[in-house]
Design a protein. Sequence first.
Length: 277
Amino acid sequence: MNCPKCGELLPENTALCPNCGNEIKEYDMFDDAPADEIKPAEKKQVKPAKKQSPKKSGKKDKHANPAIRKKLVLAALLIIILVLGGMFIAAQLGASKGRRTADKIADDALGRSVEIAETKLGVTLYEQSRFSYLEKVAQYNYIVEDDSDVRVCGITLPEWAVFVSTNPGGKISKVTYYDFSVLQNDWRGRKMNSAVDLSAVQFGMSAAEAEKLLGLKPYSVTKTVDDLTIYKYRYYYTDAITGNDKAFSIEIDVDLENRVKSTATTEINFMNFILSC
């Protein structure tokens, strides 16, 4: 204990301070101490807390950078283009396979027997289609068809088919390639702004030039034993006066050198069919 007057360190139960002679009074530490013996406690200055600014993260949002965001957008567009391009190429390769098959049979097997064609070309010709609709409406003796399906006017058909016709002697007389994917979006063919000017297709013009002028893709190509090739196209447009759609079929015949011999166009009167039902 300490002397309340001089602060001298004293033994317990000391009655009188030997240093200053002050009389020591006893009190319980839990009782309130005499007012004159209480020294005011020293007040500690409390410094105001510093406002902590939010810590800046060392990591930057990679998407916040305009250059990076632009690169991400370009990458996404590139992926979309590649996917669509792959789908287009796959479709073109599928159609090309059917066209190549038809050309192979026509070029090497016209006028020959089916057995020779199968043996020489390695192509299997079937007597029946796996599509019931073709069995009902198509005229052929043998058929080769794609494994992929398309829907045309609510009917399931192969993406392409090669129809082979034979004469009474069993010789191949006609080969027709049919690309049903051309009519997949609309059985009337491609939508055009106006009627196609067929007069632009001149006699002796190559089939490729004629097709470029038309801006159409053939849905059917037929080759006969008489060295005649027949290209068929379909298109439609909306008449500016009546507001009604008009559909047409175009036929271009070419010779052995693939030069235009003749052209013809026929209006497809689908309204008569609709009204007759």
